[in-house]
Design a protein around this ligand. Sequence first.
Ligand code: LLP
Length: 417
Amino acid sequence: MREIYPKLEYRGGELHFEDVSLRKIAESIGTPVYVYSRGALEYWFREFDTAFSEVPHTTCFAVKSNSNVHVLKALKEMEAGADTVSMGEIFRALTAGIDPKKIVFAGVGKREDELLFALEKGILMVNVESEGELRTLEKVAEKLRKRAPFAIRVNPDVNPKTHPYISTGLKEAKFGITFEKALELYRYAKESRWLKPLGIHFHIGSQITDTAVFGEAARKVARFVRELHSIGVEIEFFDAGGGLGINYRPDEKVIPSKRLADEVVPVVRELGCHLILEPGRRISGNAGVLITKVLYVKKRENKTFYIVDAGMNDIARPALYGAYHHIVPLTEREGKREVADVVGPICETGDVIAKERELPSLKEGDYIAVLSAGAYGFTMASNYNSRPRPAEVMVEGKDFRVIRQRETLSDLMAREF
Ligand code: LLP
């Protein structure tokens, strides 16, 4: 037995999620296929959630990282809430049975119908990202004759030291509101019949590995909360967002969630607020893999290409961010290793899953697993090149089941007639 990630290991030379051989899934369901492990989801959820047990808190899973309703149901059973960014995500969370009072709703450009939906469903709070949005929320609340609970997403202007595309807490980013403006808006809301200031929100970026930046942001926001308290605006919920990084390389150290908790918990305890956290990747990332098959091996001078049946439409992160995803064969092999590019079938040069990667020599028909694909994998998949999106499978103990069927050719055109 050789563990790669919790619940993912080689047993007798075959890669398993819990007690299920991934080859068995590939052979019966076909490829490409996303596979998640309920046990791994639970492992990562608990690892995260218990780190905050010293303070009242709710772990709201970031639905955008993995929105499959069965994944959400599993997390709901672990008592997770949901961090959502669209009406669609709220709908998914509610369908999974997540208590509306554990749902927060963020996003820079919420439409009126989305705000209406959120208020009607009685979610915990709307995380407001602009002055215009606050006015729209007020209007919608008046229409419903219902006070709208909200938080303002402040932009604490700290550098999360991560990929520029997933940094959100710097003042030049489109996200959030400055403290100065936020103060004005809370003052306004306090007097409004239809607005109910309930919380404060910030999220500074994603795949953050330097946990000190969370503390820096939390302390800045806490100072502001004290200012709000002093003018009579009661802030009950302190929403510290998501963003804790994972190890995309199995041999890299995992950053314990406790380290994030050590930064945030003392700040919240002093304020006496209820803490909300919005981890996505941290919970789903290493609880999922994408299995793909080598279609062809192409050799050119001293270059080897493994052409696989998953493309950038199925897994966008490498093409979009130059992201690293570790790759392992489903059947462990010793011996010769080769440097190769793992590429998809899409008509774009950027359709590369791994560049110049040292891998065991592969041949046509071999299966490989693209690791850390449980977050921002399927949710970012598209039908580009008219490719039906992959199936999704959930493993639990010695069982597995399809939790989303592979799309069919007719699905591709379903809305065109
Ligand atoms: N809360 C808010 C307000 C967010 O915007 C995000 C992610 C999260 C929570 C969850 O962040 P996490 O814990 O998963 O890092 N597609 C990119 C990631 C984009 C993240 C956007 N916001 C990727 O594949 O790396």
